[in-house]
Design a protein around this ligand. Structure first.
Ligand SMILES: O=C1O[C@H](COP(=O)(O)O)[C@@H](O)[C@H](O)[C@H]1O
Length: 474
């Protein structure tokens, strides 16, 4: 792993600089990182179609940095020197001018809609990029397995794969990365994380948020693609991979890719093992939420799901037979973002011990706000010492020094590693895994159910384990 030295000049170009992603996530992540360390002599260039000038861009950078209280000499230097170049990045001559303004190794961040990213990449391929250029590309990467593969081929004609950083900020969440420490730096968990001991795994990301002004994007995307195709499958792959010898990009990504290749919808039956729903009017806390179809920017004929749930099989020696339930939804009553491992029952309860044990569960929080580790155990006492007494224990782990986008920038701009980036083959596998589900949904074989905003989702859906419609008599 190489790291950037204090006086080395490098340039970060953000395409889509006037957009929401840049203001809300990229610049705060960069500001937090700059507060903690120098990124060499970093030149920051913002570029977009919008008629901004450097002064307007500097105001945006200052405002976004202030959100994370970014301070210090590295922050000041970047704010003072940053520039804005108005450009149509799908036009070769304008891209060429942009590259000519860069100094040292160049990193280009595509904070653009996918279709524009693709056209900008075609233009980049035509004009060529300086040696050592790195590309950082937001999700969704492609729109299905074939288009993702075509985009993989395009970007790797521009730079080598290890310089293509497909960004998934969940991969860089300190909470998600805790899975590495929990599994591989302790003796007690890893030996039981397999099909001999685990009954089921749930990976849940339920949000109270609704559309947040992203109606156009969300309605064209839906929960399955927005959350499961990318983030949730990445979390699943990290949790289910075999132990890795190092945290190098090849070891970690090989481990995750192997899991993804082995993953498919349970029983290859998307009709029984996928569900979709969308919210109707309700209240979340004090907030009145309209029906999804009445939200601003949503067409009444929309059939987009705001909650998706799949049961997946991971056909490896370790996990064969263990259902992985993966779910994410919006407008739910309370946030719930965790991996829950439900263990099998103990083989025997000693004669004389009263009561029935409850399944042991290990809860691993995966959102920054749910940085908790919980354990559901059966003890005896403190009452009758021969009666089983279920208890829950929990402890907090650190929220992380940097926000996820800070970690993303650190891994690329400082450590020059792709450990936290999604590799091309992995993104194709993720599209492959959800394709039968999309097909069944397109064919109308899985009903679009409803749930009131502020509820816990449609009634009758099991909390954990293997939801099987047939068994529930649906
Ligand atoms: O990428 C996305 O992630 C967010 C959830 O992540 P968070 O870090 O903001 O909690 C989700 O709300 C959004 O719809 C999705 O596009």
């Amino acid at each position: 792993m190489t790291t950037v030295s204090d006086n080395e000049t490098q340039t970060l170009v953000i395409l889509g600089a006037s957009g929401d992603l840049t203001a809300r996530l990229l610049l705060p992540g960069l500001g937090a990182l700059l507060t903690s360390q120098a990124l060499g002599d970093l030149q920051l260039i913002g570029s977009d179609l919008r008629d901004w000038d450097t002064q307007r861009w500097q105001a945006q950078v200052t405002e976004s940095f202030a959100e994370v209280d970014a301070t210090g000499p590295h922050v000041d230097a970047v704010v003072t020197n940053t520039t804005y170049l108005q450009a149509d990045v799908t036009a070769e001559d304008e891209l060429r001018a942009l590259l000519a303004a860069c100094q040292g190794p160049v990193t280009i961040y595509f904070a653009l809609p996918p279709a524009i990213t693709e056209r900008a990449c075609q233009a980049l391929e035509a004009i060529g990029v300086p040696e050592g250029t790195r590309l950082m590309i937001e999700k969704p990467f492609g729109s299905d397995a074939d288009s993702a593969q075509a985009l993989n081929e395009l970007v790797t004609r521009i730079v080598p794969e290890h310089h293509v950083h497909r960004i998934d900020h969940f991969v860089a969440m300190p909470t998600v990365l805790n899975v590495l420490g929990l599994r591989f730096a302790n003796r007690m968990f890893e030996p039981v994380l397999n099909n001999e001991h685990v009954a089921s795994v749930d990976i849940v990301f339920d949000e109270t948020l609704t559309l947040e002004g992203r109606a156009d994007f969300y309605d064209a995307t839906g929960a399955l693609v927005d959350m499961i195709q990318s983030h949730m499958l990445e979390v699943l792959a990290l949790f289910a991979m075999d132990p890795v010898p190092s945290l190098g990009a090849d070891d970690v990504r090989d481990g995750k890719a192997q899991v993804l290749r082995a993953t498919h919808i349970w029983d290859d039956d998307p009709i029984n093992y996928s569900r979709r729903a969308r919210y109707t009017a309700g209240k979340i806390g004090d907030r009145d939420v309209p029906s999804y179809v009445d939200e601003q920017g949503i067409d009444a004929s929309s059939t987009t799901e705001t909650l998706a749930e799949l049961v997946l099989a991971v056909d490896t020696w370790r996990w064969s037979g263990v259902p992985f339930r993966v779910r994410s939804g919006k407008a739910l009553g309370s946030p719930r973002t965790e991996i829950v491992i439900t263990f099998q029952e103990p083989p025997l309860v000693p004669e004389g011990m009263a009561g029935a044990p409850q399944a042991n569960r290990l809860h691993i929080g995966i959102d920054l706000a749910s940085n908790e580790l919980g354990l559901e155990l059966n003890l005896t006492g403190p009452g009758d010492p021969f009666r089983i007494d279920p208890v829950s224990m929990s402890g907090q782990f650190g929220p992380g020094a940097l926000p996820p986008y800070g970690e993303v920038f650190k891994s690329v701009l400082v450590d020059d590693t792709a450990t936290l980036s999604v590799r091309g083959d992995m993104v194709v596998e993720c599209w492959r895994i959800i394709e039968p589900v999309r097909q069944a949904w397109r064919n109308g074989q899985v009903p679009l159910q409803e749930y009131a905003a502020g509820s816990n989702g449609p009634t009758g859906w099991p909390e954990t384990g293997l939801p099987n419609r047939a068994e529930q008599g649906e």
